[in-house]
Ligand binder design. Structure first.
Ligand code: HEM
Length: 128
């Protein structure tokens, strides 16, 4: 029997903070992602930490501050093409590896985030 949440299993706030920092460090340098993200990622990082904390089964800080996530709706202002979805997931895959989140959690997290990322696409590829 597995007890506790994924959040606790991976190491709680410290691990989520490392993951989010490792992720946006890559986003900030990724040519496909730079055009749609703000230059100052401070607030983006803060919100993503809140969101992933609750996504992994921890405290619901995101919803307490911002209401229902409605992630697809919140992403509609940004053109999310298949290329950008792949770029987002590539940054996340490397961040999960850098953060040393061990199996089976690493694959489980990546799989859930892949599904969510797929759901976030809202724009076909340019010129196709
Ligand atoms: C916000 C891009 C997938 C969670 C944002 C923002 C952009 C973005 C440009 C706005 C940043 C800002 O203004 O601060 C993308 C792209 C994705 C993607 C290109 C590729 C599929 C995801 C996924 C998740 C997610 C899979 C969930 C795990 C969030 C959250 C916010 C956000 C929580 C903050 C929303 C808010 O303003 O409250 N994303 N995103 N995104 N994204 Fe994504």
């Amino acid at each position: 029997e597995i007890k506790g949440t994924m959040y606790e299993a991976i190491g709680g706030p410290k691990t989520v903070n490392c993951l989010v920092e490792a992720f946006y460090k890559r986003v900030a340098k990724h040519p496909d992602l730079i055009p749609i993200f703000p230059t100052d990622l401070t607030e983006t990082i803060r919100k993503q930490e809140q969101f992933l904390t609750q996504f992994f089964g921890g405290p619901t800080y995101y919803t307490e501050e911002h209401g229902h996530p409605m992630l697809r709706a919140r992403h509609l202002p940004f053109e999310i093409t298949p290329t950008r979805k792949d770029a987002w997931l590539a940054c996340m895959k490397e961040a999960l590896e850098e953060t040393c989140i061990e199996e089976p959690y690493r694959s489980a997290i990546y799989q859930r985030l892949s599904q969510t990322a797929h759901h976030m696409m809202n724009t076909p590829e340019d010129g196709k």
